[in-house]
Design a protein around this ligand. Structure first.
Ligand code: SAH
Ligand code: SF4
Ligand code: F3S
Length: 439
């Protein structure tokens, strides 16, 4: 019989990028728990450091190398310190990471985390460990079961990974591989375990979560199955592609009480010619019609999006089309980025726009988006929302939680505990949060 070793070694994990990396980091900590590791919040006393990286934009990837440089002193002081790089940079750069930073011991791609314990052992025996394959075995199946320790009220749950869409600017299809859906029964079991550990709200994750096909009826089918999990109060999902918003999913927004009225539905650009060049496979009008149908199903839904400015070939008129789309749709929340050339993607071959043009467009776009976000928030004042309380606020006597619409809400905390769902009347609106009083 193999016994789990006593947790004596310390593991420091730093996570970059999307929520899927947040989820993966948790699972890696659990996987290495079997090797006797327990998580620490600082690299200083760590026996192992893992960077879970993101390759989506140039800056994100460069950060990894500068962060690794910072660990040189720690490695010099403790030659037994193991340093690993996981995530999308690991997948994209592979061995190159060890060439550039020879103190790195281990490089592991996102599909191989279940092999971490064996890799850690190899490093312990003085070898370098590299695994950036896309193995056939399901990493989630082979990973240790999620720890049964008490958790906070919200959790991520990856249901789908990879992407077959090949948008012309994006590295995800190369770093995460082809689209794969996890079987529904495993997801439901994991959700039940999370609920038993104190979770009330689950956010289903996937690079293209609404392309999920591991249950009859796709993502909507899975949501209805999770709707039956007792004790689970709220369901969210992210990130969706407009072309995968099917009728059943739109309808679920109107009929499933546990599904929250918030939808992240990136469009990237409002110009038809740029949408085409990006290989997004839909027009602006199709996006408008889709938004109409979603809002017909759930009129109070808060819409969020992603935008890229300065995609190769974007003219001022194309950019104005994006501004116009934003005015037409009105977003309660959004993320926007300057186009970043990613080696190996089709758009990288095309002539780039000057940086000052991109900077100027990003600034105008963000001003508009900020105004819309603020207007959406201000319009909440006077309304009553339901808040899932997550932690104590910074001021004494305050708790902070999230509304249905994912707004951060502060309220006085008399007899409120973490994990409580309470009605709050919104009384104030600040830049990134709302304030209110318990009803
Ligand atoms: N699967 C999601 C997005 C994944 S990446 C979707 O289809 O929308 C998250 C966001 O990063 C994208 O929505 C896009 O806005 C941005 N992004 C991706 N590649 C980029 C690049 N090369 N340059 C700038 N932004 C990029
Ligand atoms: Fe990237 Fe496009 Fe896939 Fe989203 S849909 S992950 S932007 S290729
Ligand atoms: Fe980044 Fe990989 Fe996520 S590139 S955004 S960590 S899928």
């Amino acid at each position: 019989m193999t016994e789990t070793p006593k947790n004596t070694k310390k593991l420091y994990v730093k996570t970059y990028g999307c929520q899927m990396n947040v989820y993966d980091s948790e699972r890696m900590v659990e996987a290495l728990g079997g090797q006797g590791y327990e998580e620490t919040k600082t690299p200083d006393d760590a026996d192992m450091i893992l960077l879970n990286t993101c390759h989506i934009r140039e800056k994100a990837a460069e950060k990894v190398y500068s962060e690794l440089g910072r660990f040189k002193g720690l490695k010099a002081a403790n030659p037994d310190l193991k340093i690993g790089v996981a995530g999308c940079v690991a997948q994209a750069e592979g061995e190159e990471i060890i060439r550039r930073q020879p103190m790195v011991d281990l490089v592991v791609g996102p599909q191989s985390y279940h092999r971490l314990p064996a890799m850690e052992q190899a490093v312990g025996e003085g070898r370098k460990a590299l695994d950036t394959e896309f193995p056939d075995d399901d990493k989630f199946d082979t990973l240790r079961k999620r720890a049964k320790t008490k958790r906070g009220p919200t959790a991520f749950l990856t249901v789908q990974e990879g992407c077959d869409k090949f948008c012309a600017f994006c590295v995800v299809p190369y770093t995460r591989g082809a689209e794969v859906s996890r079987p529904a029964d495993r997801i439901i079991r994991e959700a039940q375990e999370l609920v038993e550990a104190g979770v009330k709200e689950i956010t289903l994750l996937g690079q293209n979560v609404n392309a999920y096909h591991g249950h009859d009826g796709g993502l909507a089918g899975l949501i209805w199955a999770l709707d039956k999990v007792d004790g689970l109060e709220r369901i969210r999902f992210t990130t969706s592609h407009p072309n995968d918003m099917d009728d059943a999913l739109i309808e679920a927004h109107g009929t499933c009480d546990k599904l929250m009225p918030y939808l992240h539905l990136p469009v990237q650009s409002g110009s038809n010619s740029i949408l085409k060049a990006m290989n997004r496979k839909h027009t602006r009008d199709e996006y408008f019609r889709l938004i109409e149908r979603i809002r017909a199903a759930r009129p109070d839904l808060l819409l969020s999006g992603d935008f890229i400015v300065g995609f190769p070939g974007e003219t001022e008129a194309d950019f104005e089309d994006t501004m116009d789309l934003i005015r037409e749709v009105h977003y309660g929340q959004a993320y926007s980025f300057k186009y970043s050339t990613r080696p190996g993607t089709p758009a990288a071959e095309k002539p780039q726009l000057p940086d000052d043009v991109m900077d100027d467009r990003l600034q105008r776009l963000q001003t508009l988006l900020r105004d819309q976000q603020r207007a959406t928030q201000d319009a909440m004042v006077g309304r009553t929302v339901k808040v899932l309380f997550e932690k104590a606020g910074r001021e004494a006597g305050q708790m902070i939680g999230k509304s249905e619409y994912l707004h951060a809400v502060f309220a006085p905390c008399e007899d409120v505990a973490v994990g409580d769902l309470r009605e709050v009347e919104v009384t104030t609106s600040a830049t990134n949060s709302l304030g209110g009083r318990l009803v």
